[in-house]
Design a protein around this ligand. Structure first.
Ligand SMILES: Cc1cc2nc3c(=O)[nH]c(=O)nc-3n(C[C@H](O)[C@H](O)[C@H](O)COP(=O)(O)O)c2cc1C
Length: 217
């Protein structure tokens, strides 16, 4: 079926696209307002966008009444935030942080998360998260109701037991990170893995030549 998301089916865009473009990683974002009050909320329109310099992006939509979510308002005010990655054991607490609490409510308390001081930015990290990424605001790209926050990654925390310090590699399978799936409440674990090594053109070419030779081409 062909679906015209700019015409007849425009109001179905979110449900259709967010159920098809999956799994999406989840940024549990901690921010502070100008008075220093802490806020936390999850966002799955999120990904790493580059490494030289390291940047990430999060899309924060407006509320139905057109007002900004607390996370966006806080980032606009202080230009700092922390992305805490979400693994299976903290998924339910992450979901508590998505509740539309009134401004000034500290979701970390309601979700029973422990704040930990950040190194380069003021908003706290979430101690229970296994990977925490400190960011400063690079810019916001506004497209209609979308506000894509681009963050400079200024500091990275990886819990010791999930880092191979000799090789400086993250033990990714052990992180047990989750992704957002279809509907408003489905998630996936990252425990069903398979490997496909990358192929260089020279290797590809050699194999093609061998194949052609053995076929007498
Ligand atoms: C797993 C998950 C992912 C979400 N992803 C987004 C998102 O990408 N963009 C967005 O605007 N809201 C998203 N939300 C909804 C926000 O978390 C929710 O509106 C929250 O109350 C915003 O909090 P704040 O006003 O404190 O910033 C998501 C919710 C959940 C549970």
């Amino acid at each position: 079926m062909e679906i015209d998301l700019l015409g007849h089916d425009a109001n179905r865009a979110y449900k259709l696209l967010a159920s098809a473009v999956v799994p999406r990683p989840i940024a549990l974002v901690t921010t502070q307002d100008r008075q220093g009050r802490v806020n936390a909320a999850p966002f799955s329109f999120f990904n790493l966008m580059g490494s030289q310099p390291p940047i990430l992006a999060i899309n924060i939509a407006d509320l139905l009444d057109g007002s900004p979510k607390h996370t966006r308002a806080n980032i606009a005010a202080t230009k700092e935030f922390v992305v805490n990655l979400v693994h299976r054991d903290i998924a339910e607490s992450m979901n508590v942080c998505a509740i539309d609490f009134p401004g000034g409510a500290n979701e970390l308390d309601f979700a029973k998360f422990t704040p930990a001081s950040s190194t380069k930015v003021a908003p706290p990290r979430i101690a229970e998260s296994r990977v925490q990424i400190e960011c400063t605001l690079a810019e916001v790209v506004n497209v209609g109701n979308n506000h894509v926050v681009i963050g400079n990654i200024v500091y990275l925390h990886v819990a010791d037991e999930f880092l191979d310090k000799e090789r400086m590699r993250v033990r990714t399978p052990e992180l047990d990170l989750i992704g957002r799936m279809h509907g408003s409440g489905w998630y996936a674990r990252t425990t069903d893995l398979f490997e496909i090594p990358r192929i260089l053109f020279s290797e590809w070419n050699m194999k093609e030549n061998d194949r052609a030779k053995s076929n007498g081409e």
